[in-house]
Design a binder for this molecule. Structure first.
Ligand code: UP5
Ligand code: MG
Length: 193
């Protein structure tokens, strides 16, 4: 596709920081298309035809990052299939890139991002949200043991990506501790600037 016609915003933040929730708000108000890397991986995991099902299941339960070739292919396919008929499209890429090599590979081979929205939230708050969601989500990683691993991966592997984009002055940082509506107010204000 034509990179000039495609706008990409990365949406990053720790597990449970509210990426999916706030993306839904942005879709409603700004006409973005929402692509969650985690959702795409879970879909692929459930696809009986896929040879990666078991691998993805194991990585997600352990809070580890799935080899990027798989995730980038899924994202690229989703972008391609959701472009407007004139080739334009505004995408929120949620939960990706979460490792430095993914960030570089995606921007070089698929499309550079315009900006990164970073939802900043304490582990205490995120843990409570995830355990609460775990009562009904059925997600294999919404349990104490997986949550600890997800936090470790986030701090050690994914934060360096945010720091890198920040050094380049390409991060919109938003406090994500408060209620969904308050966070969205912060976010909308930051985007307007
Ligand atoms: N909630 C949200 N906002 C709230 C607020 N302000 N106040 C109170 N409650 C709030 O929200 C989480 C929960 O909190 C919900 O119950 C919500 O109602 C509530 P959500 O919006 O879902 O937060 P989000 O940040 O999207 O949390 P999520 O669990 O999806 O984050 P993760 O980053 O952990 O999950 P993701 O699906 O992106 O990735 C899962 C796994 O896939 C990774 O651990 C990894 O193994 C794998 N993966 C890769 O390998 N590569 C990738 O590129 C991407 C994922
Ligand atoms: Mg999510």
């Amino acid at each position: 596709f034509d990179r000039e016609k495609v706008t990409i915003l990365f949406v990053l933040g720790g597990p449970g920081s509210g990426k999916g929730t706030q993306c839904a708000n942005l879709v409603r108000d700004y006409g973005f298309i929402h692509l969650s890397a985690g959702d795409l991986l879970r879909e692929e995991q459930n696809n009986k035809e896929s040879k990666y099902g078991q691998l993805i299941a194991d990585y997600i339960k352990d809070g580890k990052i799935v080899p990027m070739e798989i995730t980038v292919k899924l994202l690229e396919g989703a972008i391609r299939s959701k472009l407007n008929s004139d080739g334009t499209g505004k995408f929120l890429v949620d939960g990706f890139p979460r490792k430095m090599d993914q960030a570089i590979f995606f921007e070089e081979t698929v499309c550079p991002s315009k900006s990164t929205i970073f939802l900043q939230c304490s582990e205490e708050v995120m843990r409570e949200r995830l355990l609460n969601r775990g009562k009904t989500s059925g997600r294999s990683d919404d349990n104490e043991e997986s949550i600890v691993k997800r936090f470790q991966t986030f701090v050690n592997t994914s934060m360096p990506v945010v720091d890198h984009f920040e050094e380049e002055g390409r991060v919109i940082k938003v406090s994500a501790e408060d209620s969904v509506n308050e966070v969205y107010e912060n976010l909308a204000k930051a985007l307007a600037e």
